[in-house]
Design a protein around this ligand. Structure first.
Ligand code: NZQ
Ligand code: ZN
Length: 386
């Protein structure tokens, strides 16, 4: 196991009917901006619950943050935050709203002239404006981590940011919010969390037995609850396990002391930037090809995953590793998630070259757990995903 340091300051309030607890989490003198997405919270009762918890506080609302939070819209919110001297941000939504609020938390206290630099120049945030979240969609883990992904349509860019100053102060996780989530988003949530685990697990053995077992436990739980939650999002037992699995998949715990990859996400973000494909679906397109292309480097962990998660007992390490990739694809298909690029766009020729070139233009650092994947490798992996 590698050395590590760990601090996750986010307070989690989990369970049925927990949204009213919001009142006690907020600083009494705060001037609050409550931010949300396209309106799902107004149709499922979350908005009313949050508003009644905010009674007596000074609150400005900012709605309309789209999926893949858009920089230009967030800049409108930033202007209001500055003009109105807002002191606390409250995200009510899924990963997109929470990520948008993280950008605003950083940008509100940023001293440079151009907030886009936080993303374009990977400027880490050590102190942001305090914020909390009410999660409405289990998927990203953003409710308990310090990362964010922001889109800027005018540049066709989707970039990541983060830093220790960007953990939510608290996150309220009431699994009853899952009731109203459409099937497409439920499947996306399962696949996003599943891939988060794979990114931190599918590398090489590092002698971190507990981290491996926790990671495998999250995968097994997601596999177990997936058909239940798709069939019936009001199944509270399935919803609560779904929600907590998604949070645990990306709150820092399973990456401690182990190598991590994240190449699937880096390539996937480019597919969203170019074609607007849902985040989780880009991962489903890239992951099988990435694991096939890197079979030699990853075969031991692939085989371990095959044995422990999919009960594959026959064959050599290579055969088990390959069978595990097939099982993963079958799981994705069982959720009605397509795993090739041409099933999402007709316009796919040249995508691999474009993505490889973008990585070169940004200053190539090397991808994968060994940071050895070169632009040529990315090009081949993306081509395999067509
Ligand atoms: O906008 P509204 O009307 O609220 O509708 C949303 C949106 O259309 C809807 N929704 C959310 N909660 C609902 C609901 N509909 C009905 N009932 C509810 N309870 O779902 C749609 C998708 O929401 P969004 O927030 O975009 O989904 P998700 O949570 O999957 O977030 C995706 C974004 O997070 C980033 C992705 O790249 C993408 O931009 N990620 C963030 C990460 C992080 N910060 O750690 C890690 C991830 O790997 C990911 O990259
Ligand atoms: Zn993800």
């Amino acid at each position: 196991m590698k050395n590590f340091e760990f601090k996750n300051p986010t307070k989690i309030i989990f369970g049925k009917d927990t949204i009213p607890k919001l009142t006690k989490q907020l600083p009494t003198e705060a001037k609050i901006m409550m931010l949300y997405g396209g309106g799902s919270i107004k149709r499922n009762g979350v908005y009313e619950q949050v508003k009644s918890a905010l009674e007596g506080f000074e609150v400005i609302e900012f709605g309309g943050i789209p999926a893949n939070p858009e920089y230009d819209i967030l800049m409108d919110a930033l202007k209001i935050i500055k003009e109105e001297k807002v002191t606390f941000l409250l995200a009510v939504g899924g990963g997109s709203v929470i990520d948008g609020v993280k950008f605003l938390s950083a940008a509100a206290l940023y001293e440079g002239d151009e907030p886009w630099d936080i993303l374009a120049k990977s400027i880490r945030t050590y102190k942001g404006m305090p914020f909390g979240t009410v999660l409405t969609l289990p998927a990203t883990g953003s409710e308990m981590n310090s990362g964010s992904v922001i889109t800027r349509h005018s540049l066709k860019e989707k970039r990541t940011m983060g830093g220790p100053g960007l953990f939510p102060q608290f996150s309220i996780l009431d699994p009853q919010v899952v009731h109203s989530i459409p099937k497409r988003q439920l499947a996306n949530g399962i696949v996003d969390a599943y891939t988060h685990v794979l990114e931190q697990y599918m590398t090489y053995p590092a002698g971190a037995f507990l981290q491996d077992r926790i990671a495998e436990g999250i995968l097994q739980t997601l596999i177990e609850i997936a058909p239940r939650i798709i069939a019936d999002p009001t199944d509270y037992e399935a919803a609560s396990n779904f929600m907590w699995s998604c949070t645990m998949a990306l709150n820092g715990l399973i990456q401690l002391g182990v190598p991590t990859d994240w190449a699937v996400h880096m390539m996937g973000h480019e597919l969203t930037a170019l074609y607007g494909i849902d985040h989780a679906r880009t991962l489903a397109i890239i992951a099988p090809s990435h694991y096939r292309y890197n079979l030699e480097a990853k075969k031991e962990k692939l085989a371990q995953y095959g044995e422990r998660v999919w009960n594959i007992s026959e064959g050599t390490i290579e055969e088990k590793a390959k069978a595990a990739i097939v099982k993963t694809e079958e799981f994705l298909h069982s959720l009605d998630i397509k795993t090739t690029l041409k099933e999402y766009t007709e316009d796919y020729e040249g995508t691999a070259e474009t993505i490889a070139q973008r990585f070169v233009d940004r200053g190539w650092k090397g991808l994968g757990e060994h940071r050895t994947l070169a632009p040529e490798d990315v090009e081949k992996i993306v081509k395999m995903s067509y």
